[in-house]
Design a protein around this ligand. Structure first.
Ligand code: M6R
Length: 366
């Protein structure tokens, strides 16, 4: 049942080229530059006129929500807020009938997320779900939704469910943009063609496993680490840090790279590991200078870079190359080596990768 892999988590990491493909199946038509989301089509008018989208979730699903914020604001031009379900529900939130509240949940059973939806519904919002488990409580409670179709996820640390959530959010961003005519048909063709190629690029990313094994040997005995990213790379830094902390019990903090100078830089001394998402993007130069700041304090830099990169290589201790792609799709690629790195570090530390201590797959307590 583990398909020849040592752990479910490793199997699920390796499945991602297929799960992302499954998630897009029947939904994107690159040649026509069209996108179709059956689950939302009765709500097209609502999506066109919504004032605001509020995304609620916990843990990894909340990180997917942050990616969604970036993509929906960028393409659909609707303001998005991303909330921890547990904070939202206890805060007397201001919600109107023109708001769409979207819950993201792999299990569809997370108690805080469900309770947050109940409040949103009571206050008249339209509520959507992005879930993996068919027929789960959240799917039954919501007005509409989009399934992630990642198949059962057994490893407690979420991997393929995350990339499927990000895929769905990418589809939703493009779908609303299509409805609101924010993306021209030709531009949509280009975007969907690139999205269609992402499963193949994920396969390329899986080839970083050897590099991550090698780096894991080097960092397996650390106690602390910092993950940095900017823009759409920031939620990826958060997710990479969460993976490491969940399964290897190493303290890992994700931070927006530019915030480093406002505090975390004080942590950096000789050998302090900093994992940086430093792929080619509009903020590349800035990230390169963040790396130099870490190196000036003798920290150890592990950088995720775009294939063929030369600048980062000059200063980083380790580089992990991923294929070039538009920033829009970075989360689907850069996440893969971070999952593999966490897995191999945890393995070397003799941790129970599939069932980390103190954690449950679905958190039904409040
Ligand atoms: O089932 P959900 O997506 O609602 O679960 C939310 C979190 O409990 C979950 O993502 C948790 O953070 C995972 N252990 C992350 O790997």
């Amino acid at each position: 049942e583990k398909g020849g892999y040592e752990h479910f988590m490793l199997k699920e990491i390796h499945e991602q080229a297929f799960t992302v493909r499954d998630c897009m199946r029947g939904r994107i038509y690159p040649n026509e530059g069209k996108i179709q989301l059956g689950g939302l089509k009765d709500f097209d008018e609502k999506l066109k006129t919504a004032n605001r989208i509020i995304i609620i979730a916990c843990g990894t699903s909340w990180h997917a929500g942050l990616v969604g914020e970036y993509l929906i604001e960028e393409y659909a031009r609707i303001p998005v807020e991303v909330e921890y379900a547990s904070e939202f529900r206890y805060r007397n939130p201001i919600i109107s009938e023109n708001d769409i509240v979207m819950a993201i949940s792999q299990s569809g059973e997370t108690a805080d997320t469900l309770a947050a939806l109940e409040i949103a519904k009571e206050r008249g919002a339209t509520i959507f779900g992005i879930c993996n488990v068919a027929g789960s409580s959240i799917t039954r409670f919501t007005d509409a939704g989009v399934y992630t179709h990642a198949g059962p996820e057994i490893g407690v640390a979420s991997t393929k469910a995350f990339t499927a959530q990000v895929t769905v959010l990418t589809l939703i961003a493009f779908y609303i943009a299509q409805l609101k005519e924010k993306i021209k048909p030709d531009a949509m063709k280009v975007l969907l063609t690139e999205l269609d190629s992402i499963p193949d690029l994920i396969k390329e990313c899986l080839k970083t496993e050897e590099a991550t094994k090698y780096i894991a040997q080097d960092i397996k005995d650390i106690n602390n680490s910092l993950y940095l990213g900017r823009g759409i790379g920031f939620p990826i830094a958060l997710e990479g840090a969460l993976k490491l902390k969940e399964i290897s019990y190493i303290h890992a903090e994700g931070y927006p790279a530019a915030e480093m100078k406002h505090g975390p830089i004080a942590l950096i001394d000789e050998g302090f590991p900093v994992i940086v998402i430093a792929t080619k993007s509009s903020s590349y130069e800035k990230v390169v200078s963040n790396i130099q700041e870490v190196k000036a304090r003798k920290g150890k830099v592990i950088a995720i870079v775009t294939k063929g990169d030369v600048d980062v290589r000059k200063s980083a201790d380790f580089v992990i190359e991923i294929p070039d792609a538009d920033d829009t799709f970075l989360p689907l690629l850069a996440t893969i080596p971070l999952q593999l790195l966490a897995y191999h570090v945890a393995l070397l530390r003799g941790c129970n990768v599939d069932q980390p201590r103190n954690l449950a797959k679905s958190v039904t307590v409040e």
